[in-house]
Ligand binder design. Structure first.
Ligand SMILES: NC(=O)c1ccc[n+]([C@@H]2O[C@H](COP(=O)([O-])OP(=O)(O)OC[C@H]3O[C@@H](n4cnc5c(N)ncnc54)[C@H](OP(=O)(O)O)[C@@H]3O)[C@@H](O)[C@H]2O)c1
Length: 321
């Protein structure tokens, strides 16, 4: 699979990275029941397919996702770039997280992540959410210190505005921004030129809009999502949006079909059409899912396909206006 260099760093990421939110299992923002053996098989399959990096976070399953990643990569550390995060913490025995960016908290989080992942160094350490805003500089300073100590290689920002990126850049270089980006969520396009101008890589999350753009959803499946699946309450999966989103998916289907590709790959390749995007973080909770999506990393969409998709997205926006 092709790779792209992450901003100013020396990390060369495959254009598809594996996202491990759903494998965290059941917690405040869980995706319903998840089988650990399947999670480990999915991660190992991703590495077998040539994917060279994994995005996780302590929050995903209050530590569980990191532990599963640690188990899955045991003996294969050299093959994988590990990206994890800080800022969402929880109290012992709770599955509800809250925001904390004080230096001692960030330090403790990093130590816990190193232990759960069972690694000596975290390749990319990202502030998950810039909250509380007034502590962002303090957290970034702590991350810079840990880079100096060799515990972290690069610092990244997730869900940051340009103003917040500028504030932390004054302290230590930003290797990457991790924003949401999909056909249904395009606001980050405004930030992309800034990232390129400042040598900041972009790793785009939820490129299939949490599975909605895989073509495997219909109204029945949305209605039968289990109670513990956060998508049940998410506006993309509810009216008035869900009808317009599912209608869009049906119009995208022929574009994927005439290219001989699954719909999920179309959603990912569309995100990767932007040269400012280093990689898409593609979530998978079962091996077959990443088998189906990984080849998107090498698919360059034609200008005709891109123009047709743009027109369909405009049509959907008008339907919702
Ligand atoms: N920084 C942040 O704030 C933030 C926020 C969100 C995500 N992220 C990162 O980005 C990653 C990716 O985003 P995401 O997981 O939200 O969404 P996504 O990649 O758009 O969608 C992933 C989900 O789609 C479904 N899926 C995947 N492949 C499929 C296939 N081949 N066929 C059918 N369904 C398939 C699976 O859910 P089902 O099988 O249950 O449908 C899977 O969990 C996360 O795992 C996380 O690492 C970061």
């Amino acid at each position: 699979m092709q790779t792209r260099k992450l901003g100013y760093s020396d990390l060369h990421l495959t254009t598809v990275g594996l996202g491990t939110w759903a494998i965290g299992g059941e917690w405040q923002w869980g995706w319903g029941p998840q089988d650990d053996a399947e999670s480990i098989a999915a991660i190992q399959r991703a590495l077998d397919l040539g994917i060279n990096w994994i995005d996780t976070a302590p929050a995903y399953g209050v530590g569980h996702s990191e532990e599963i990643v640690g188990r899955a990569i045991a003996g294969r550390r050299e093959q994988v770039i590990i990206a994890t995060k800080c800022s969402l913490v929880w109290d012992e025995g709770s599955t509800t997280t809250y925001a904390r960016l004080k230096a001692e908290s960030v330090r403790r989080e990093a130590e816990d992540s190193l232990r759960r992942l069972n690694v000596d160094v975290i390749d990319l350490y990202q502030i998950h959410w810039p909250r509380p805003d007034e502590d962002v500089e303090e957290a970034w300073g702590a991350i810079a210190d840990m880079i100096g100590e060799g515990k972290i290689r690069y610092a990244g920002a997730s869900n940051f505005s340009v103003a917040q990126l500028k504030r932390v850049q004054a302290i230590h270089p930003v290797a990457s921004l991790q924003p949401p980006y999909s056909m249904l969520r395009r606001d980050v396009e405004e930030l992309l030129p800034y990232c390129t101008a400042n040598d900041i890589g972009v790793v785009a999350y939820s490129p299939m809009q949490a599975g909605l753009l895989t073509g495997k959803f219909n109204k029945e499946r949305v209605a039968s999502l289990p109670d513990g699946d956060w998508r049940k309450q998410n506006p993309f999966f509810r009216e008035p949006q869900i009808s317009a989103n599912l209608a869009l998916v049906e119009k995208l289907r022929p574009i994927a079909e005439r290219n001989g590709r699954p719909l999920a790959q179309l959603a990912i390749a569309w995100v990767l059409r932007r040269p400012e995007v280093t990689a898409a973080i593609v979530g998978a909770r079962r091996p077959f899912q990443i088998e189906e999506t990984a080849p998107a990393g090498d698919w360059t969409l034609s200008q005709e396909d891109i123009a047709e998709i743009d027109a369909l997205l405009e049509e959907r926006d008008k339907a919702l206006a």
